[in-house]
Ligand binder design. Sequence first.
Ligand code: OSB
Ligand code: MG
Length: 369
Amino acid sequence: VILTEVVLHTIKMKLIAPFTTSFGTALEKHVCLVEAVDESGVSGWGETVTSDEPYYNEETTYTATYMLKDFLIPKVMHKTIQHPLEVHDMLTFVRRNQIAKSAIETAIWDAFAKKNNIALSELIGGTKTEIEVGKSIGIQSSPVKLVEKVAEYVDEGFRKIKVKIAPGADLDYIDAVRKEFPDIPLMADANSAYTLNDINHLKKLDQYNLMMIEQPLAHDDIIDHATLQEQLQTPVCLDESIHSLEDARKALQLGSCRIINIKIGRVGGIGESVRIHDLCKDNGVPVWCGGMLETGIGRAHNIALTSLSNFTIPGDTAPSSHYWTEDIIQPEVTMDHGIIQVQTGPGIGFAVDREKLDRVTIRKERIST
Ligand code: OSB
Ligand code: MG
């Protein structure tokens, strides 16, 4: 493909319910949708899966948009791109800013797949036709409230329940859920809320037969996580600490985790996600696809990625209705008994609903030079 124009649609969407983690509460989201237009007129779509504040990682929707406009888009515009796998290396001249990079990289994957009339999942070598889905639940006001939520989502058919934890909202909450649901696939995500000083506290989680504990220690750490993993029976899963194939290789070598959460945005795109998937597969380490409260566009990328064979653990790929009163894609992502069908249409397999898009758009910019 050769990009002749990129349109940046900045949108604002209200979440159907506030989402609370150890680092804060999200009520609404600004997202920069990247529409990459090829010389033949095909549009590929990507999104910045950033949060509005730099609390999960260093990026925000604003900084990602700035990186895209001033550095990343000019680098790929009007260049002949033989295959989207080339895009990752074209963008390494900018340090970090993985989510910004991924927004344009994923748009190019979609454009390339559409141009070649192939589904994104097939293009990357995905083999599954349907995927199992988990639900990520934010921190609730009490253990009783959390148990109510879990019951609702178990009834809806979710194949994994992930509970956000933080100091002061951990053991009581997990204990209450386990008492009510002794057998469900259950895990906890701490979003970096603990340190090695909490090791005895964290060990108490071992009694609950959790599938894993996600990112218990610092967002930039793989050393202390190795120490922790040695002393915990519960598998450690890394999210925030893994930004690249190299990070994944080092974490596996050190024994910092036994599972990796792959987020396309966090690792700079689909190409790097596939490479991390393959590395983990070769090492017998299972992976799953994390979520960033995406719109349908990011969600579609996540579903396609999850069709790869080593995504053996249900991901945070809940359907559109769990985030938005109205998603911007047609049809919306739906789930049946915890299963989502992998799209078979060209590219991401969903159409962007231009009318709905315009209703939530707060800024639109065309870049063609
Ligand atoms: O740590 O996985 C996380 C949302 C925003 C930032 C970080 C995380 C999350 C989630 C939500 O857990 C997952 C979802 O999209 O449902
Ligand atoms: Mg996480």
